[in-house]
Design a protein around this ligand. Structure first.
Ligand code: GLN
Ligand code: ZN
Length: 754
């Protein structure tokens, strides 16, 4: 039985929660440190939520998401709501402490695993579901956030992660994900009734999993789920939200159900034609994500209006929306006072996107003349961006056009290897690290002092050089073979380069939640990329002058620079990647000229940009591999190219790793017990490899024995001539004492096996 409902016209799919000045991040960390109590933490959350509600209502949104607030993560919140926390935290009596124990562990309890939310840079906690999981409904958080809004007369729309996405993203110890649908559906039905009682007229179920390739079984699960939920007698109108891609066949399946609306992402592949091809949508509300919720560009309002206009005949009604939650963009442009004025006029952060939604909704409900001035301003910004000379650097474009296949090819690996052996003269099982050493408080305060003008450049360089001295001396003392300078001068492995490259801008306050209380400040790639001057040669050259052992030149690869930035939306990513690659290629050449015998180009984000649908993956892998090869193929055979990969399961990208043709690949492996080596082997990879022999995420110091065992396991998959010995990732987050002890054991383990 369909419930009569009034469609709305303007909304966003979800809200950020860290606070405009990262207030929540601070409050949560204070709570962990014991300096504030639970009441103070709750008060901080309450205040942040209220601030949002009034701003959104004032902007003209007539349906406002609630429940997207979180002290840590929305998947974890959903696990709590469904009674699905792992049994190892059950004994913690206090609900908040239990929640945080699941999120970040305690001395005695391992936390849930964390992984990337689709192809974004946000990380969610992976619920663990097994035979002991007894689902039960605990909707208190959502109900209280709903009540808080209803009390203010806000048209609140509770948002929950839908059953399909929740189950499919969880880790299941046994059985298939959707086998658990019969257990969770009654809880979701129960929830619908509770929300209706509490005054919700609409509810939003987030189902981003519907933009991935679904099996026949999963499509059947979709029908079961939404048949059951829409036939719930007592419920609010039901909106199913898809985002980050095109729902494809899931769209028609959804529309056949008795749900009341679907949200679709017009910034990520959904087209007006796709909507028109589903007749059942003429009876539904289509929430049109025309304002990009993941990128920071101002919306072309004319283009958005034309999309909205052509939708009208194909949908029962249309609402304007962001394409996804605003979680993925910074709060507001207001505090960005030092951005170039023109660039600033091209941007829209969270607050500005809300305003855009309001303008578009006013235009379609009351006519474009009611917002004529706003539309004119948007047009002027679009035009200013389109014609800005910084978007086209002819020299860069000419160089790219003149490239030949030879520019992305090196001599056969075996030939290079012989020459490199002679040139480097390293022992068997060479030891090295991934690059960074601890970012100590001395380093951080030197950077802050430089920023505030308290010290000058010369003093900053002096202090960083003294850090480099220490790190080189430590590595010499420990007996490592390929040394690093420790990266003390880098605030971040992407931002450091963005600050030095033309075509990039950095923000002062553009923080975005990456996971829990961790935030990042992605740079903005807005124009053609060029390298006005060398970026790392002074530091690496200095470090090399302190030792006879080889010091690795250390760079971030093109794919990772793009993955951890906001990128241009006016040219294909592949083109942006080639431009960055060319700049890195020049840096590689300068490092080589300066005497670097090993140059490492990190690509930890290679897996991150992999398209969600299988059919689109090979094109991505082809251009990302080419970008890496363009960056690294300009060197002599004697120069050894390293790369480093981590932060993901490698699955679909294993073949691409071999294609990178790096002489040595250091790769995260400790947590997966070296399985990645067999996968590499199966993909025909036969170059140097350094599987991480211990997990740097934990403060625990690995014993010599443990590392020896890891190496023995590695030697089963890799001949000793190809094996390198290194940790899993950079050491920047570890304490100096932990690093020294761990590396001492690492060197001893390698020596024992030589
Ligand atoms: N070279 C970087 C470091 O050691 C690599 C970081 C990373 O892989 N995320 O910190
Ligand atoms: Zn890493």
């Amino acid at each position: 039985m369909a419930v009569p409902h009034t469609p709305f016209t303007a909304t966003v799919l979800g809200l950020p929660r860290i606070g405009p000045n990262r207030e929540l991040e601070r409050a949560v960390e204070d709570y962990w440190a014991g300096t504030i109590d639970a009441d103070r933490l709750h008060a901080a959350g309450h205040e942040l939520r209220l601030a949002h509600l009034s701003v959104l209502a004032a902007a003209g949104l007539d349906s406002i998401p609630v429940g997207t607030f979180s002290y840590y993560d929305q998947m974890l919140d959903t696990a709590v709501m469904l009674g699905a926390l792992p049994s190892r935290v059950h004994d913690i009596a206090d609900p908040l402490d239990r929640y945080f124990a699941a999120a970040r562990g305690t001395d005695a309890i391992a936390p849930l695993a964390m992984t990337k939310w689709f192809d974004t840079n946000y990380h969610y906690l992976v619920p663990e579901i097994d035979r002991e999981t007894r689902f039960s409904l605990h909707p208190e958080k959502l109900l209280s956030e709903l009540a808080e809004a209803v009390e203010l007369g806000i048209p609140a729309r509770p948002v929950v992660i839908g059953p399909l996405t929740f189950l499919q993203l969880a880790e299941h110890a046994d059985g298939r994900a959707l086998d658990r649908l019969p257990e969770v559906l009654p809880l979701y039905q129960d929830l619908l009734g509770r929300l209706a009682d509490a005054g919700a007229t609409w509810v939003q179920f987030d189902e981003p999993v519907l933009v991935t390739d679904l099996t026949v079984g999963e499509l059947a699960g979709l029908r079961t789920t939404y048949a059951a939920l829409s036939s719930t007698q007592h419920r609010p109108a039901l909106l199913v939200a898809t985002y980050f891609g095109h729902p494809d066949s899931a769209l028609a399946a959804l529309a056949d159900m008795g749900i009341d609306g679907v949200a679709v992402d017009f910034t990520a592949g959904t087209t007006v034609d796709a909507i028109a091809s589903v007749p059942a949508l003429t009876r539904k509300l289509v929430v049109a994500g025309v304002v990009d919720g993941r990128n920071i560009w101002r919306t072309d309002l004319d283009a958005a209006l034309s999309t909205l206009g052509s939708l009208l005949g194909s949908a029962g009604s249309v609402a304007v929306s962001s394409s996804c939650s605003l979680l993925h963009v910074p709060y507001s442009l207001t505090p960005e006072t030092t951005l170039d004025e023109r660039l600033r006029s091209w941007l829209a952060f969270g607050a500005e996107k809300v305003t855009e939604v309001g303008i578009l909704a006013a235009a379609i409900t009351h006519g474009t003349n009611t917002v004529a001035a706003e539309l004119r301003a948007a047009r002027a910004a679009t035009e200013s961006r389109r014609t800005d000379p910084r978007l086209h650097d002819n020299a860069v474009r000419a160089r790219l056009a003149a490239l030949t296949p030879g520019d992305t090819t090196r001599a056969p690996a075996a030939e290079r290897l012989v020459k490199q052996r002679a040139h480097l003269n390293l022992p068997l099982l060479p030891t090295t690290t991934i690059g960074s050493f601890p970012q100590t408080s001395a380093i951080r305060s030197a950077r802050a002092a430089l920023h505030s003008g308290e010290i000058d450049d010369a003093e900053y360089v002096r202090r960083m050089r003294s850090e480099i001295d220490d790190v080189i001396a430590l590595q010499e003392r420990l007996g490592l073979d390929a040394l690093v300078h420790g990266e003390p001068e880098r605030n971040d492995m992407v931002q450091y380069f963005a600050e030095l490259l033309d075509g990039f801008a950095v923000t002062e306050h553009g923080w975005v939640q990456s996971s829990g209380t961790r935030c990042v400040r992605p740079p903005i790639m807005y124009g053609d990329v060029a390298r006005p001057a060398p970026m790392t040669t002074d530091w690496i050259g200095y470090a090399q002058s302190r030792t006879d052992k080889p010091v690795k030149g250390m760079l971030t690869g093109p794919v990772t620079i793009l993955a951890w930035s906001f990128v241009r939306d006016d040219q294909p990513m592949a083109d942006s990647a080639r431009q960055v690659a060319l700049a890195i290629r020049d840096e590689v050449a300068d490092l080589e000229t300066g005497g670097a015998r090993i140059i490492q180009v990190d690509e930890p984000a290679l897996r991150e940009l992999l398209p969600l649908r299988a059919a689109e993956q090979s094109r991505y892998l082809a251009w990302s591999v080419q970008a890496f090869r363009l960056a690294t193929s300009g060197v002599a055979d004697t120069t050894q190219i390293h790369t480093h990969l981590c932060c993901s399961e490698f699955g679909e990208v294993i073949g691409a790793i071999a294609e990178l043709d790096a002489d040595v690949t250091s790769i995260e492996a400790a947590r997966s017990r070296m399985e990645v080596l067999d996968d590499l082997d199966a993909a025909g990879f036969d170059l140097g490899v350094g599987p991480g022999v211990y997990d740097i995420h934990s403060p625990r110091v690995p014993s010599v024995e443990e590392i020896t065992d890891a190496l023995r396991a590695a030697l089963k998959a890799v001949p000793r001539e190809r094996l390198w010995v290194n940790p899993d990732c950079g050491l920047e987050t570890r304490r100096p004492a932990e690093v020294e002890a761990a590396l001492r054991n690492l060197v001893a383990a390698a020596a024992a096996l030589r």
